[in-house]
Design a protein around this ligand. Sequence first.
Ligand SMILES: Cc1cc2nc3c(=O)[nH]c(=O)nc-3n(C[C@H](O)[C@H](O)[C@H](O)COP(=O)(O)OP(=O)(O)OC[C@H]3O[C@@H](n4cnc5c(N)ncnc54)[C@H](O)[C@@H]3O)c2cc1C
Length: 335
Amino acid sequence: MIQTDILIIGAGPCGLFTVFEAGLLKLKCHLIDALPQAGGQCAEIYPKKPIYDIPAYPDILAGDLVDRLMEQAAPFKPGFTLGERAETIVKDDEDQFIVTTNRGTVHRAPIIAIAGGLGCFEPRKPPVERLAEYEDRGVEYIIKDPEFYRGKKVVISGGGDSALDWTNFLADGVASEVTLVHRRDGFRGHPDSVQKVLDLAAEGRIRLLTNGEVMGVEGDECLEALTVKHKTEGNLRLETDHWVPLFGLSPKLGPIADWNLNISKNAIEVDTFDYSTNVDGIYAIGDINTYPGKLKLILCGFHEATLMVQSAFKRIYPDKNLVLKYTTVNGVNGF
Ligand SMILES: Cc1cc2nc3c(=O)[nH]c(=O)nc-3n(C[C@H](O)[C@H](O)[C@H](O)COP(=O)(O)OP(=O)(O)OC[C@H]3O[C@@H](n4cnc5c(N)ncnc54)[C@H](O)[C@@H]3O)c2cc1C
């Protein structure tokens, strides 16, 4: 059981900045994110795109902004549960929330800050019969830890940056065999990554099957082989330990929609006084909330996080007097 003061659902920019603001008030944070890395949309969708409306940065790459936020949060030693989706929430008899993930990790906190952005990014799954039977038994939609694939036969499907980057990475002495299957001739990824994949194929270090599509999965208990329908070669059988279809992620509000919160147009209604929801002790900040005049911008989420933690402090310590102190006066004293 992971105990903390503020349990943040969503490690996007707004969740990460909450750690800093909470830390200034000596409140500990733990973050849960369904993705294997922190950074939310900035890290997952547009890490190499410049952002121009972060105060004091005339421009900053989204990925660099995430790095800066992680650095700013570091003195407050946040905990992370990554690659797991917050699934259920209940209250115990000491007025604490218990949040359990889809992998069974249990968290306990008096305050919940939902910073879930557009919701969970769900993997786009290929329409292959009996696919669900092999999920986590050889079929994975995200690569959480490349070491998991050491010495294994791996088939990757997809034509974008994730598929290309992981093919290049796993082929570099990690997996014993790597095959990349893509249904077209051309790739959508960065030209440099495409070239690396073509070079690896030419050197015989990976098998590249373009114009092919995985149509079937088979195996006793665990995945053992795939059937690939190839445009010119017909049906091919590929023996493999793992299949990783990387067809992108699409956002869904997910389990949070069932948490008895007031929802309007796929977003959580909040009181702009402190970004509290209709459930006492649960707040919502960043892209996931809605109120009159809401703008889905990072700097608005930062403001919301700052006000929210003040209210959270008062809920945790109703008898303590909270006096705003500038960081220029107090400095940043971590834990
Ligand atoms: C292409 C593009 C360009 C943009 N450009 C700008 C810009 O220039 N300036 C700007 O201010 N904004 C920009 N935005 C918007 C900005 O990215 C968002 O406002 C910002 O990411 C919101 O941050 P967040 O922390 O609220 O949520 P997100 O960044 O969406 O992060 C939410 C996180 O919560 C996780 N999550 C959700 N539900 C669960 C659950 N149940 N369990 C576990 N984890 C969960 C998700 O996996 C995700 O990682 C842009 C967006 C896009 C797509």
